[in-house]
Design a protein around this ligand. Sequence first.
Ligand code: NAP
Length: 294
Amino acid sequence: MAASIIDGKVIAADLRAQVAGEVTRMKRDHGLTPGLAVVLVGNDPASEVYVRSKHKQTQAAGMASFEHTLSADVAQADLLALIAELNADPAVHGILVQLPLPKRLDTGAVIAAIDPAKDVDGLHPHNAGRLAGGLPALSPCTPLGCIILTKSVHASLEGLDAIVLGRSNLVGRPLVQLLLNENVTVTIAHSRSRNLPELCRRADLVYAAVGKAEMVRGDWLKPGATVIDVGITRVPTVEGQTRLIGDVAFNEAMKVAGAVTPVPGGVGQMTVACLLVNTLRAACAIRGLPAPGV
Ligand code: NAP
């Protein structure tokens, strides 16, 4: 029997609707409009697309959206000065610096300059440390989305075996911590890991966050496994366009797995929806209000 497709579009739309409902309630009951500031440096076309989508979805959820576009040759000091301004701005509850930054800028220093309470990308060492310590934290959006997608298939993740392919600060590492919080048994693999197919075949939950198109084959999967494909590789088509391919050989996975996320239409949809969730959570925490219901 073919696997079911986990529809990230539908699940993300539902999450955005829940956020919009909470924002309406915040405005009515507390006069609070959550605000998200996005900082884009330069004019990388892919980053511009992401920033536009974040802006549109933030406004659609009833939040305030502040966009700051700086030229590619901006000085590090000027970028840090903008972040200091946003840290101090009471209308801004979330700050996201679109990555990657131009190579000559010090990304670590830029992230560290963001007020951890407004760090809706969850990349500040304060939040990464709290997450690793099992404490409440603003967590990176893509791993949060992965957990929600997995829970659309499994009511409880407790005791399941998972493998996370990739150990980046953005995806793999925080995803491992979130899975531990759900009482999952986790293996984390990377470019130096041996016997990846064998490790994958043991897993009930497979998370692929590597960036190698169709690396995970059907025969790497345990029958019935849930497969969450984070990877995005842009490849040219014969028509001269580009299309997106995930880290998992989708058609092969569909014949073995129990449930699979498509690319596009899976994890990517969840990332922006979770950014809205984090902005809402940050706004409530900054205002001293109880955590929202999403
Ligand atoms: P990254 O920082 O480049 O990390 C890639 C990870 O994959 C590294 O840990 C690397 O291992 C590991 N790796 C590389 N080759 C491997 C191999 N042959 N076997 C096993 N592991 C290997 O990438 P990232 O930022 O985490 O992103 C990963 C993918 O997810 C990319 O395709 C990215 O575009 C996509 N992504 C999607 C979303 C979304 O919203 N859908 C969000 C973020 C990222 P080492 O540590 O040993 O180098």
